[in-house]
Design a binder for this molecule. Structure first.
Ligand code: HEM
Length: 510
């Protein structure tokens, strides 16, 4: 027990918290010097000037001055919970990943939900995709599923990400959300139109985090022992079902309770109503991928479920609220580059860029040793070559050599030697490639418009779009109407009529 108590890791921290709740130590400064009264400050006379020697007061103020760390550049507002993943169906024919092998096998997890564009204090009900990121603490390392609640995304050229995000945030001069730059970007980059159809349906304003699905969006590779692989897409279906807000409900909720989704998730878990998601995989062989009329590396496209059916393999359950929001939710660091043998990134250029971007932003936001923070720590990681740096707090690998030393040889997993397995081959000239929008980018968006006809979402889509588009200048509005007319002429016409009804133009023919 003493060993667990003294351990600097997660379990040591828990043990110390339990003991300290039972028998709290006297109040002290951060170095442990007992303090009689937290409100008192040392001064000459009453009233009178303060003394620099008052370490308690200076300790308190100086630390307060440093309480904030940079918020995430995107996905700043979020909520999180611990849980577990359980394998429900055999997928050993598809991947060698240990955490996916063995029906009934459970793996500890931490999940963070988020909105994308708003700041840390922004409203949970915003019209925005929702992030759905889960860290699995597996016996072969931590793997993160850094997913969204939409199966597609706005871009497929990674260089567009910062530029697109700028237009969805604030105008650099007015510091206001700006419908002109929002739509100006989108009419120039119309491969986003499929995602816009989802965003401006009521799916763009989920009722809360428990009632929405999660999707990998990107194509990944599930790899077998011999190195052969299939392309996969992951779907996580909310066992609670889907619930959405309409535009007016979402606006009202934003004003009345900007934290409603945080409250909903925390209170549900507190009540013992543990939300869960059933996980499915779509599987496509590399040969099949070559025969599709879309690229599997195109993040703006879905795979037809009629050809690539969903195959169930697991369940994610969230069953524990974090004790401390900052420690676990704010300091959580997810990355698509965190993976395990048997799961690999595909050549999707956006995914490839994300592999760089997340650890890079973590080093900026949390520091070079971000992976030592308990929520990010991998129980089985062993890399004594990554050493030192600011805030090294896990013992820094003690006396172990900091290079592959013949004095203390380390075991290496021989089954991972790539020369013993098949591997993917790429050939071609180095080019400068911009994946431009074409008519083909309107096909799946057009099919979605038909689906909305069957599910009574067409009116909502037209209304939600018109409320937003009315804020843009007339010549931008006209380009928006033309873009949606390429999805379906009726959608273009109805959007024009609804927008002009909300924001009539001075000259009727304008
Ligand atoms: C968060 C970059 C596309 C899902 C973030 C963060 C960055 C980032 C810098 C903040 C991370 C942090 O501070 O901890 C990018 C770039 C992209 C991209 C450069 C494209 C080139 C995507 C896509 C998805 C996605 C396509 C989903 C399929 C998420 C999620 C989070 C996030 C869920 C929040 C993680 C958390 O809860 O901490 N992204 N992103 N991102 N991104 Fe992306």
């Amino acid at each position: 027990c003493l060993h667990i108590y003294k351990n600097p890791g997660l379990f040591g921290g828990l043990a110390r918290r339990i003991v300290s709740k039972m028998n709290p130590a006297p109040y002290s400064t951060s170095n442990g010097c007992p303090v009689f009264n937290p409100y008192a400050s040392q001064q000459i006379g009453t009233p009178g000037p303060l003394l620099l020697q008052d370490h308690h007061l200076i300790d308190l103020l100086a630390h307060f001055d440093r309480e904030r760390i940079p918020e995430r550049v995107v996905h700043a507002k979020g909520s999180g919970a611990f849980g577990y993943f359980e394998v429900t169906d055999d997928v050993s024919d598809l991947t060698k990943a240990a955490f996916l092998n063995g029906v009934g096998k459970k793996t500890r997890t931490f999940t963070r939900f988020s909105t994308v564009g708003g700041e840390m204090g922004s409203a949970d009900a915003a019209r925005d995709p929702r992030g759905f990121a889960t860290k699995f603490y597996t016996e072969e390392g931590n793997i993160d599923w850094v997913y969204n609640n939409t199966p597609i995304f706005f871009i497929r050229n990674p260089s567009k990400f910062p530029l697109f995000i700028h237009t969805q945030k604030r105008n650099p001069q007015t510091h206001l959300k700006d419908p002109d730059m929002f739509w100006d970007y989108l009419v120039q980059n119309q491969e986003a139109v499929h995602q816009l159809m989802v965003l401006f349906s009521d799916r763009g304003t989920p009722a809360d985090f428990r009632h929405m699905h999660g999707y990998s969006g990107h194509t990944y590779k599930w790899v077998k022992k011999d190195g052969s692989f299939n392309y996969v897409q992951i779907h996580m279906k909310a066992d609670q079902g889907i619930k959405t807000l309409n535009n007016e409900e979402a606006t009202k909720m934003s004003g009345e309770n900007p934290d409603h989704a945080q409250e909903d998730l925390f209170r549900a878990i507190e009540r013992g109503e543990f939300p869960s998601w059933t996980c499915y995989v779509q599987v496509m062989s590399p040969q099949e991928a070559r025969q599709q009329n879309f690229s599997v590396f195109d993040l703006t496209k879905t795979w037809p479920q009629s050809k690539f059916p969903l195959r169930r393999f697991g369940r994610l359950v969230l069953d524990r609220n974090p004790d401390n929001y900052f420690a676990d939710v704010e300091q959580a660091a997810f990355s698509p580059s965190n993976t395990v043998p048997g799961v690999e990134p595909s050549a999707d250029p956006v995914l490839q860029s994300r592999l760089f971007s997340y650890p890079d932003t973590h080093r900026h936001r949390l520091g070079a040793n971000f992976y030592q923070i308990p929520v990010n720590r991998c129980p089985v990681a062993h890399n004594p070559f990554i050493r030192d740096g600011p805030m090294s707090v896990d013992g820094n690998n003690g006396a172990e050599p900091n290079y592959p030393s013949s004095f203390a040889p380390m075991p290496y997993r021989q089954d991972l030697n790539p020369s013993n397995t098949l591997s993917e081959e790429w050939h071609g000239a180095a080019t400068s490639f911009h994946w431009q929008a074409t008519d083909a980018d309107f096909e799946q968006a057009g099919q979605l418009w038909e689906v909305f006809g069957r599910t009574n979402q067409q009116d909502a889509l037209v209304h939600n779009l018109s409320v937003h588009v009315q804020g843009a200048k007339p010549h931008i509005q006209d380009q928006v109407f033309a873009m949606f007319a390429r999805v379906n002429p009726e959608l273009g016409r109805r959007l024009r009529a609804a927008t002009l009804a909300l924001a009539p133009r001075k000259q009727p023919n304008m």
